[in-house]
Design a protein around this ligand. Structure first.
Ligand SMILES: [Zn+2]
Length: 439
């Protein structure tokens, strides 16, 4: 009697996702953000499957390959659906109090930013309200916004301070950000942006305010370990290139990685400064020059484009994503969520990027996942579906990736898996299940 060949026992996993019409791995042999034609390579597996154990991806391949190697008590049938990495939102001003819908209506009716600030509106309204708010209130507001982000597929979000503009108020915002990261299943990446606008107390004297930021704010924030990045707003009539550089150099000396808000309202040369200083990313970039783009490309600075912010400004002017991709700048997409541009939904941003900036759906997906992850220094951890990466995974109720961009205005998310746990299941219940990381 011949010896039967016993099949190898299958490894156990916590969750298996099987039968996906398209599984977008975004995998690439080369690490780093994607540029040029690479941005169209989604690493698609048809009839794809994924195995998840202890918060990590342990297997990826076709359903046949993965089910031969793994078994799990919980199996998600993704038949007819698209599976991809959770979105990373690399640019938000998550923590603020109040709202500015009055100003929105004034803008719709044709008021200029100047007229709005003369009537007491604009960003300083948000500063006033945020200064008045207690940290607990800011945490509650932040939790609601993170719920909305997670429901729409964002599993990692950056959060910039900058509505406090005094050392104690900036510390308060960053404390709230830290608590949000601990309480909510979305990972929150913290950025100090003390140099956001000139506070009213320093009106006409931005140099003196920059002195405060470099002399007191950066040392105190870093002593408490409350930020990973330092961002500056480098715009005409706000802070000069020299002032921005001073802050970023000081931040770097204290271990904060630089980011720059650049060329949003005019061509000041923020893209060049970002390249010069070795920034991780430059953001907005509506008026950036081709030289600025080439400088960014040569240093691998990620361009974080924010079409929803440009849409909100209603000037009809958008960043030149096509030139950036042609010049090998790694392009990422973010919401730019703040009190002036209240949008938590990266799917909508993808639709805008396709329709207004002529990015293909594949490029926009790359920009909102892997490239966005590199824009917040998480490229080794999230943004692709590869063995070893954190299991932040979306199941969309559409048959292929082009529906992102094509079908817009509704939430395409069926399920969100965060750190290997099913945290949103829109097929099962109306309300998302939100679990703290510590549970
Ligand atoms: Zn911003």
């Amino acid at each position: 009697m011949s010896k039967a060949v016993r099949p190898k026992a299958r490894e156990s996993a916590d969750i298996l996702i099987v039968n996906a019409k398209e599984l977008l791995t975004l995998a690439d042999a080369q690490a780093g953000p994607r540029t040029g034609k690479q941005m169209r390579e989604l690493g698609i597996i048809r009839d794809g499957a994924l195995a998840i154990r202890e918060g990590r991806i342990v297997g990826v391949g076709t359903t046949r390959e993965v089910s031969r190697l793994f078994r799990a008590g919980y199996v998600i049938n993704a038949q007819g659906k698209t599976v991809l990495p959770g979105f990373v939102d690399p640019h938000t001003h998550l923590v603020f109090a109040g709202s500015r819908e009055d100003e929105f209506q004034m803008r719709v009716e044709g008021a200029s930013i100047m007229e709005i600030s003369d009537s007491g509106g604009g960003i300083l309204t948000t500063v006033k309200e945020t200064r008045r708010a207690r940290v607990e209130a800011l945490v509650d507001l932040g939790l609601e916004r993170l719920d909305a982000m997670l429901t729409h597929g964002t599993t990692t979000a950056e959060a910039k301070s900058g509505y406090g503009l005094t050392t104690s108020d900036e510390l308060k915002i960053l404390e709230a950000t830290k608590r949000l990261n601990q309480l909510h299943s979305v990972n929150v990446v913290s950025t100090l942006m003390g140099v956001n606008v000139v506070p009213p107390e320093f009106s006409g004297n931005p140099d003196a305010y920059v002195d405060l930021v470099v002399g007191e704010m950066i040392p105190k924030v870093t002593a408490k370990g409350l930020a990973e990045f330092c961002d500056v707003s480098c715009e005409k009539g706000m802070f000069s290139l020299e002032q921005a550089k001073r802050v970023l150099v000081k931040g770097k000396a204290y271990g904060l990685k630089p980011k720059v808000h650049a060329d949003q309202t005019g061509r000041l040369g923020g893209a060049e400064v970002a390249a010069d200083i070795g920034a991780v990313s430059a953001e907005h970039l509506i008026f950036s020059s081709v030289q600025g783009m080439r400088a960014m490309a040569s240093k691998g600075v990620v361009a974080v484009l924010l079409p929803a912010v440009a849409f909100t400004l209603m000037t009809g002017k958008y960043a030149d994503a096509r030139s950036m991709i042609d010049n090998d700048v790694p392009v990422a997409l973010g919401t730019g969520f703040d009190a002036g541009c209240w949008v938590e939904n990266q799917q909508l941003v993808i639709a805008m990027a396709c329709r207004i900036m002529h990015m293909t759906p594949a490029e926009a997906i790359t920009a909102a996942t892997v490239n966005a992850a590199y824009a917040v220094n998480r490229g080794g951890e999230v943004g692709t579906l590869e063995v070893g990466k954190r299991a932040d995974v979306l199941v969309l109720g559409v048959p292929n990736h082009r529906f992102l961009g094509y079908r817009f205005g509704v939430n395409l998310v069926d399920k969100v898996i965060k750190n290997g746990r099913l945290v949103v299941d829109r097929e099962k219940q109306d309300e998302p299940i939100f679990m703290s990381k510590t549970e």
